[in-house]
Design a protein around this ligand. Structure first.
Ligand code: PLP
Length: 392
């Protein structure tokens, strides 16, 4: 099919909930993609932080196809090996005690919120179900995770939202103390606010949050849906923050392109979910779990070191380009935000870059790069050259 044919079918039959760019992608290899007309693009998006190993990775393909040929799905009523092995890898590499699998980021956060509320209920009874989250956060699109998201623009249309969330300002302990109360059971944060604009939380602020959680017996919940699975140069970002969370959610990159996610909990919370209290039909699907096993095996120290080096390189190069429309960069590893200067909009810049063959994302008022963790030097340089030509 041609681009025009695909587009017209899509416009006729698909709900218009996404503003799409005028490109129909067909196939990819590494961080390079081709559209249906055979035109090449460099990918600084990885499908919004998902295809951690790049497109068409051979080891990933083998893991997925072998498992699909053996057993595609069986439900949570039975044991499977990829499921148990993925859980073991996640726990041994993070110090967490146990895992619950789901299929997406929002679902992982729903599970994490349910875990916190039930943990508190089991210990203290009713009336202690409030979760403190931060302004400018993003936690997902279900009714509850929209309520958890600390941005007013997400609190429209879908009333009534789930109650039991209060919002504080990032990097401001007074603001957290101001919303504390006897009804609180947990604090939930992203260590780098992703959709909000790639805004890292201060280390000192997180240490104080962890202290406050310990003092008030609140759970510390970290949403690592975007920052997790090697994106920031360690398996999870909390491992660079010197904190031990009670629960950590993950999704996006975990299965390298298949829908998968979940929540890990520490020893204190391992017994919260008992049979019948939480579940999902697809969660831990063997094909997605086999993919996750493969992704976790590939994310060894050497690849994680490369993520940090490539991130430093990309940021230094973007700053060196000194393009009139772009300001400073921020982030960690290959999660990079670029400030857009006054007089330009991130949407217009992204559209022009994509038109010229470089796929990028926006976040908050800036641009965001989340390339595959395996992006090559040549692909990074091609992407930078497109930026220079397009935006100078
Ligand atoms: C993407 C994202 C989510 C939502 O994940 P979905 O898979 O789209 O449901 C939640 N939290 C953070 C931090 C995210 O970046």
């Amino acid at each position: 099919m041609t681009f025009e044919e695909i587009k017209s079918l899509d416009e006729q039959y698909v709900m218009h909930s996404y503003g799409r760019f005028p490109v129909a992608l067909d196939h990819g290899k590494g961080a390079t993609l081709w559209d249906v007309n055979g035109r090449e693009y460099i990918d600084f998006t990885a499908g919004i932080g998902v295809t951690a190993l790049g497109h068409g990775d051979e080891g990933w393909l083998k893991a997925v196809t072998e498992q699909a040929g053996k057993l595609g799905h069986i439900s949570n009523l039975f044991y499977t090996e990829p499921y148990a092995r993925t859980a073991e890898k996640l726990c041994t590499r993070t110090g967490m005690a146990s895992v619950m699998f789901g299929n997406s980021g929002a679902e992982a956060n729903e599970a994490m919120i349910k875990l916190a509320r039930k943990w508190s209920f089991d210990k203290y009874g009713k009336g202690r179900g409030t979760v403190i989250t931060l302004h400018n956060s993003f936690h997902g699109r279900t009714i509850t995770t929209l309520a958890a998201t600390g941005q007013d623009k997400f609190h429209n249309y879908f009333f009534p939202f789930t109650e039991g969330f209060r919002y504080a300002d990032a990097n401001d302990m007074d603001s957290v103390e101001a919303v504390a109360g006897h009804d609180v059971c947990a604090v939930m944060v992203e260590l780098i606010q992703g959709e909000g604009g790639v805004l890292p939380l201060d280390r000192e602020f997180m240490e104080k949050i962890a202290d406050l959680c310990a003092k008030r017996d609140w759970l510390l919940l970290i949403d690592e849906v975007q920052t997790g699975v090697g994106r920031t140069g360690t398996l999870f970002a909390f491992q660079q923050y010197g904190i031990q969370p009670d629960a950590v959610s993950f999704a996006k990159g975990i299965a390298g392109g298949l829908p998968f996610g979940g929540v890990m909990a520490n020893e204190k919370c391992r017994g919260v979910f008992t049979p019948g209290t939480h579940g999902t039909t697809f969660g831990g699907n063997p094909v997605a779990a086999a993919a996750a096993c493969h992704v976790l095996d590939r994310l060894d120290d050497s690849l994680l070191t490369q993520v940090r080096e490539k991130g430093d390189y990309l940021r230094a190069q973007v700053e060196e380009l000194a393009l009139p429309c772009l300001g400073g960069t921020r982030g960690l590893g290959l999660m990079i935000g670029v400030e857009v200067r006054e007089g330009w909009t991130n949407a217009a810049l992204a559209a022009r870059l994509i038109d010229n063959g470089l796929l990028v994302l926006t976040a908050g008022p800036g641009l965001r790069f989340l390339p595959p963790l395996t992006i090559t030097q040549e692909e990074m340089d091609k992407g930078l050259a497109i930026m220079r030509e397009t935006l100078r």
